[in-house]
Each structure stands twice: as C-alpha cells, then as structure tokens.
Ligand binder design. Structure first.
Ligand code: ATP
Ligand code: MG
Length: 465
C-alpha cells in the first residue's frame, strides 16, 4: 500500500470513528430524554386521572348514570375544586384529551366534544385508562390521552420538538468538530510516517544527506533519530569507500609509474638493465604485492570472514618472536623492555596475527623514538581480559591526528614520502586483527612525551587469566 493510501485510510478511520461516536452519543441522549419525558408525562396523566375521577364518580352517585356528562362538563368542567362550579376542561388546555366511557365502552364524554356516543375500542392506543367506581362496581373508565400524540398542538409536543431540534443541531456541530479533530489527529499520526517514507525514498535514490526532524510522538522521535544515525553511517561508509578507492589508486600509481618508467627507458634503449635497476623493479613489485595482500587482509577482517587459528600461546614464545625487533632497536640505541605480570604464562589467540599486531605497534614505536629512547611492552591481566600496552617516549601524536591514525592509509607525514614512511596500513591491520579477536584497541599520546598503544583480548575460559 502506498503512503497516500495509508494516510487516506487512517484519516478515514479516525474521522469515521469520531463522527459515529458523536452521532451515537447524540442519538442516545435524544432517546433517553424522550423516554424520560414520556414516563414523566405518564405519571402526570395518572395524577390527572386521580384528580378527575372522584368528580365523575360523584356525578354518577348524584344522577345514577353517566349520561349527560358531556354537556355537563362542557358547561362546568370536570376539574377544579368544586365539581359544580369548576373551571373549563383544564385538561384540554394542557394538551390532553379526556374521554369518559361507560361500562359498555360507549363514550359519554369527550373533552374535544367529538366522539360522544361512539364505541371506545378503536381509540385505546396511547391512552391511560383509569377505572371509575361507584358502590364497589365499575361504572366506566376515564381515559387520559398523552399530550405527545402526533398532530396535537401541545406544550409538551413543542418541548420535545425543541429538544429534538437542539440535539440534532448539537449532533451536527459535534460531528463537524469530530471531523476536524479527526483530520488533525490523523495528520499528526500520518505526517511523520509520510516524512519517514519520503526520507527513505530519498536515501534509496542515493541522497545520503537526507535527515529527518525528530518531532511528534516519542516513538517517531526515536524512529527519526535511528533513521538519521543510519543515514549518517551510510554517508560515512560511502565517504570512506570513496576515500579508500582514491587512496588505493594513489598508492598503486607511484610504484606502477616507477616500474613503467624504468621499463620504457630499457625498451627504448635509454637505460641498460643492471643489478641496481632490477632490484628497484623487484622492490617495487614487492611493495605492490604487500599492499594488495594487506588490503585483502583488512577487507577480510572488516567483513568478519577472517579465519582465526586460535591456540593457547605461551607468552615466552610470543616474546621470542620479537627478537629481531629487539636487535634492531639495540642497533638504534633504543632500550626495549618487556614486563609480564607474575604468573601470566599463556594467552589464547591466533599466534601469527597477534605477533603481527605486536610487530606493527613496536615498529611504529621504534620509528618514532629517537636514539636513547625507550620502548616498553607490558602484558597483564585486567578483569577478564589480557591487556597489552606498547609505550614509547618518542615524538608523540598531536590531538588533531590522534582520532584518525587507525584509518587505512592515514599517515601523519603528509608528504607521503615512501622512503621514510610505510603505506599507512599498519594500525588499520592491527585494529582489524584485535577486533577479529573481539578485543579493543586505543591510543594515548602527548606530543614530545611519547605514545602508548593499548589493546585487550578476551580471556579464554580454560585459562586462569
Ligand atoms: N608510536 C607512535 N608514535 C608517533 N606516531 C605514531 C606512532 N605509531 C603510529 N604513528 C603515526 O601513525 C601513522 C599511522 O601508522 P601506521 O602504522 O598505520 O602507518 P605507517 O607506520 O605509516 O605505515 P605502515 O605501518 O603501513 O608501514 C604513522 O604514519 C605515524 O605517523
Ligand atoms: Mg606502521
């Protein structure tokens, strides 16, 4: 379903629910008030009948018949305190009709003066029947009509019609307000969804700079924040991919142009091949091969498919592997110290990869420490990890460069002098190996005082570390 479809559907549902509930509550109100009012009228009809009945019973007692009641009530009325001098038929003015029938159901009096002499049967509907007695025998029935009958002009009918009208108007107003509220509500629910949908569409089209404004409900705010994080990461990945390609191209160009230049000179006869030339060519191809294999390793490690051959390594064997480096440092008059925590003998890791991490870090330390300086390798336990540190008192790294040094091809020497520096992959490789072991690597440094690289490896359960 498209976003427009969803928005329309949610809007329609909310509006429908709001309008239906407004109409339903209005109609219920209408029904209840009508019901209450008519039961009130029924009770008042009863009261009216009770009030009139004794007068009619008195008439019967006096005349021994109900005949002549019609003309009597038309002259004197049945209501009022005094039967003989009562007022006109008040009931008529109250919108009620009073009919009196004898025990044969023949109408003997009708407040509307229309039905006298007719049979009662047909009219019983909607009438309150009140029996009239004399000397214990029923002499007839008094019927009181409801003032709510259709076609009758009465205050009660007017009242009810007014209620009907007012409630109907309020139903329309409330339904309209519910419609507006529903529209507003559905907008506030579907707008962030529509925004998210179009932002995703933009990212899918390659506009990785698209960001959402975190607003609305808490869930939408966190959704927008997550979306922004995702878009930012995609952008960073894309930038790093572009940077990587240009760095690789840059790194390949130099050795390739040297090889090509030399080969072209030989081909044109300008240069004669000799031992020095051939060893330059071999050096450059070695450099190219190393670059390609380093990149391949980092690629494997970063994509999580690097196979680690983890074994229990004796720390002494590890240190022994670093002997050539120790010798080089001695030649450069750099003091190399190894400090291993008492009792710590083994570590579980991929021997070759761990050695490579140490070599990369120690080589860097050596290159940046002047003659007379010192490099210290420490290995110790730290909670449930083994912590390594490689500290030197060399040149140090500035705060500006510190966050970037683990990046592929990042070298502080901006001129990228191939003779003095490496390819800038040493730390990237160290990081990817450490992370492949589920460890962490970080650095602390201050310019002029020295640098310390730290990395930790998880402690294997079978080792007492
Ligand atoms: N101990 C250190 N002291 C000072 N600077 C250092 C230290 N270790 C690394 N660096 C700086 O960090 C940069 C990145 O190091 P990295 O090992 O990744 O690359 P590299 O040594 O230049 O090349 P490669 O290791 O690939 O031969 C180096 O260029 C160097 O300037
Ligand atoms: Mg290095």
């Amino acid at each position: 379903m498209g976003k427009g479809g969803l928005t329309r559907r949610v809007t329609a549902i909310i509006i429908l629910v709001a309008v239906i509930s407004a109409a339903f509550s209005g109609l219920t109100m209408l029904y209840i008030s009508k019901k209450q009012f008519s039961s009130y009228l029924d009770r008042s009809s009863q009261v009216l009948a009770q009030k009139y009945a004794p007068n009619i019973e008195n008439y019967y007692q006096e005349y021994g018949t109900l005949e002549g009641l019609q003309s009597f009530i038309m002259d004197t009325g049945v209501a009022g305190n005094n039967f003989r001098h009562g007022r006109r038929f008040q009931a008529v003015q109250m919108g009620r009709r009073i009919i009196i029938a004898d025990k044969e159901s023949i109408i003997v009096a009708d407040s509307a003066d229309l039905l006298t002499g007719q049979k009662m049967e047909l009219l019983r509907k909607n009438l309150l029947a009140y029996p009239l007695f004399s000397g214990g025998n029923q002499i007839g029935t008094l019927y009181v009509s409801s003032p709510l009958q259709a076609g009758i002009v009465s205050l009660e009918n007017d009242f009810l019609a007014n209620i009907n009208k007012n409630i109907s108007i309020s139903i329309i107003i409330v339904a309209f307000l519910a419609f507006l509220l529903g529209l507003f509500l559905s907008r506030s629910i579907t707008r962030p969804m529509a925004d998210l949908s179009s932002a995703i569409h933009e990212v899918a089209r390659g506009n990785l700079g698209t960001r959402l404004e975190p607003r609305g409900e808490r869930e939408f705010v966190s959704l927008a924040t997550d979306f922004n994080t995702m878009a930012r990461q995609l952008m960073e990945h894309e930038e790093s991919r572009v940077r990587l390609i240009s760095n690789i191209a840059h790194e390949l160009r130099t050795p390739l142009s040297i090889i090509r230049g030399q080969l072209e000179a030989i081909q044109s006869g300008k240069l004669e091949i000799n031992e020095e030339i051939s060893s330059t060519l071999v050096d450059e191809t070695i450099r190219l091969t190393r670059l390609v294999s380093d990149l391949e390793t980092i690629g494997l490690a970063e994509s999580g498919v690097l196979k680690l051959n983890k074994t229990v390594i004796k720390i002494n064997d590890l240190v022994e592997r670093l002997l050539p480096l120790r010798l080089t440092m001695e030649e450069d008059n750099i003091k190399f110290q190894v400090q291993i925590e008492d009792g710590l003998q083994e570590v579980k890791a991929d021997f070759n990869r761990l050695t490579q991490v140490l070599i990369n870090l120690l080589t860097n330390a050596m290159h940046h420490t002047p003659s007379g300086g010192e490099v210290i390798l420490t290995i110790k336990r730290q909670e449930n990890r083994i912590a390594f540190s490689i500290a030197d008192n060399g040149s140090g790294i500035s705060d500006k460069d510190l966050p970037n040094i683990f990046e592929r091809f990042y070298r502080i020497d901006e001129s990228r002098n191939r003779k003095s520096g490496g390819t800038g992959l040493g730390l990237a490789i160290a990081r990817s190996y450490v992370e492949a072991h589920k460890g962490q690597i970080w650095v602390e440094s201050s310019v002029g005082q020295g640098t310390t690289f730290y990395f930790t490896l998880p402690c294997a359960a079978e080792l007492l570390c």
